[in-house]
Write a protein that binds this ligand. Structure first.
Ligand code: SF4
Length: 504
């Protein structure tokens, strides 16, 4: 096939990105032929009240999904600083794969050579001995410049080529970026399955109908879900995002889909196109497990009596686990994983007084049951929560424990409030069934028990000052807010100058 040299319009101004120029990048992308994909993202990932929660670069979600799959090469195309940050973060979170990178400069971007470079890289990588799929991810600048990944060959030597745009100005969170790649893969796999026979899962096909589990989970959770489904003569299917291409076919070939994480809007569109029923929430705590088993029954047409027997089998054990380790204390909780509402439910069933749940994810129909349950218990649920809202909730409710993102935890610790990181400490443990009830209580109770240590820290460091004066000094530094003001004025002046130059 002859190389295609697309016409690439003028690239966006250097220095724009997640710290500014979002609107300009979006306009450039639309002018460069990306309006369709941006409109789809706008429909799938509604913003507001806050348009983009403060969290890591969204593309990390897609990168992580690609890096966690066997026999999959993942290639980034974007500014070197973005790629550096994304590579650093992926290795921080234990990626054991190389991150591919196709660099560019203004010339290769303007002339369309960048697309040729990507194409060449993809041809070099597409070795069926090593890979089932090659994923190419356009970051902000190549997306805004219209680098047309959709005209890459769909397949080379039997290796699937998946090109996606994941700009920070179109995909609000890294959670939703996982959906972008998962959905692109499901769409591809669905088209393959419609054409003819496809590979079975590595472990073989199960004799029973399966429930596909949507959302990354702690490894023991799908096993626990399998045990809950056993009395219904169902089995747990693959977890999406999958760890291998061939699992995608098994995921599509299910009886129904459990949207454990509720933000996979594009992936759910693929399941619905395959004729699969979808239901939300997860088997967390006693109420949550009972409601979830009923939802499974509804989706799969299982007799009420059988559902009742399944509940009788597991609910007493879950209740016993919850009451064996009660949680006593007031808690505020926020995060960007998509499981925040489920964690809050489990905390409340364990006895905690939860007042606020903030999630960076949008409101979707698949979290309605959890939201209604929480609001019924007097909890304030904030979708697309900003850092300011999470911090304000902490001030308002004066919790005994704040669970949150890094800046929330930092602020809490400054105020001698025990705090836990959601991503590292809560997401990294089981949530489902009996295992979830016992495990979560263990870490929460240990953190709640730390108040005396925090009080001791605070009194020990009380004389060491704060902010610009923090530390032990012979001459305590004076804060100079006027310098900051001056710097701000200079930046505003430079921005106004740029704007007026643009209009000339
Ligand atoms: S790719 Fe990510 S890090 Fe780079 S400018 Fe866009 S949002 Fe920011």
């Amino acid at each position: 096939m002859e190389p295609v040299s697309p016409q690439t319009p003028e690239p966006p101004r250097d220095g724009l990105g997640c710290h500014g120029g979002k609107q300009q990048l979006a306009q450039a992308a639309a002018a460069a032929g990306k309006s369709e994909v941006l409109a789809q993202y706008a429909a799938d990932y509604p913003v507001g009240p806050h348009d983009q929660p403060q969290s890591m670069c969204p593309a990390f979600g897609s990168l992580r999904v690609g890096l966690r799959m066997r026999r999959t090469a993942t290639v980034l195309c974007g500014s070197a600083c973005c790629v550096y940050g994304l590579t650093f973060t992926s290795h921080f979170y234990g990626a054991r794969r190389s991150v591919g990178y196709v660099p560019f400069n203004s010339e290769t971007l303007v002339t369309g050579k960048l697309f040729e470079d990507i194409r060449e890289a993809v041809f070099k990588l597409a070795d069926p001995e090593h890979y089932d799929a090659v994923v190419v991810i356009n970051l902000c600048v190549p997306t805004a410049s219209g680098v047309p990944l959709k005209i890459l060959p769909k397949e080379i030597n039997g290796v699937r080529i998946i090109g996606i745009d994941v700009p920070g100005f179109g995909v609000p969170t890294h959670a939703e970026a996982k959906d972008v790649l998962a959905a692109a893969m499901l769409k591809y796999a669905r088209a393959e399955a419609e054409k003819g026979p496809v590979q079975a899962p590595r472990s073989g096909r199960t004799a029973r109908p399966t429930i596909t589990l949507l959302g990354e989970m702690f490894p023991v959770d799908p096993v626990t879900i399998g045990m809950l489904l056993d009395p219904l003569e169902l089995a747990a299917g693959p977890v999406v995002p999958t760890r291998e291409w061939r699992e995608l076919y098994a995921a599509l070939d299910c009886a129904a889909v459990a949207a454990i994480h509720p933000f996979y809007t594009a992936s759910l569109r693929e399941f619905e196109a395959a004729g699969r029923k979808v239901f939300g929430s997860a088997p967390v705590g006693s109420d949550g497990t009972a409601a979830w088993l009923e939802a499974v029954g509804d989706a799969c047409g299982i007799a009420a009596q059988k559902i009742g027997a399944a509940k009788d089998k597991c609910l007493p054990m879950i209740r016993a686990a919850l009451s064996a380790k009660p949680i006593k204390g007031r808690i505020t909780l926020s995060g960007y994983e998509g499981s925040e509402l489920l964690v809050a439910r489990l905390l409340i069933e364990s006895g905690a007084d939860v007042r606020y749940v903030g999630t960076a994810c949008p409101r979707t129909p698949w979290s309605n049951a959890d939201r209604e349950w929480l609001e019924g218990k007097g909890v304030r649920v904030q979708y697309r929560a900003s850092l300011e809202q999470d911090l304000a909730a902490m001030q308002e409710f004066e919790p005994d424990l704040a669970i949150g993102t890094t800046p929330v935890v930092q602020k809490a610790k400054q105020q001698a409030i025990p705090a836990l990181y959601f991503t590292n400490l809560i997401s990294a443990r089981p949530l489902i069934g009996v295992a979830g009830a016992g495990s979560l209580a263990q870490v929460i109770c240990a953190a709640l028990g730390n108040q005396a240590r925090f009080d001791e820290f605070q009194s020990f460091f009380a004389d060491t000052g704060e902010g610009a004066a923090a530390g032990i000094w012979q001459d305590v530094p004076h804060d100079r807010p006027e310098f900051r003001e001056q710097h701000k004025r200079q930046l505003a002046k430079a921005a106004a100058k740029r704007k007026s130059e643009e209009m000339v």
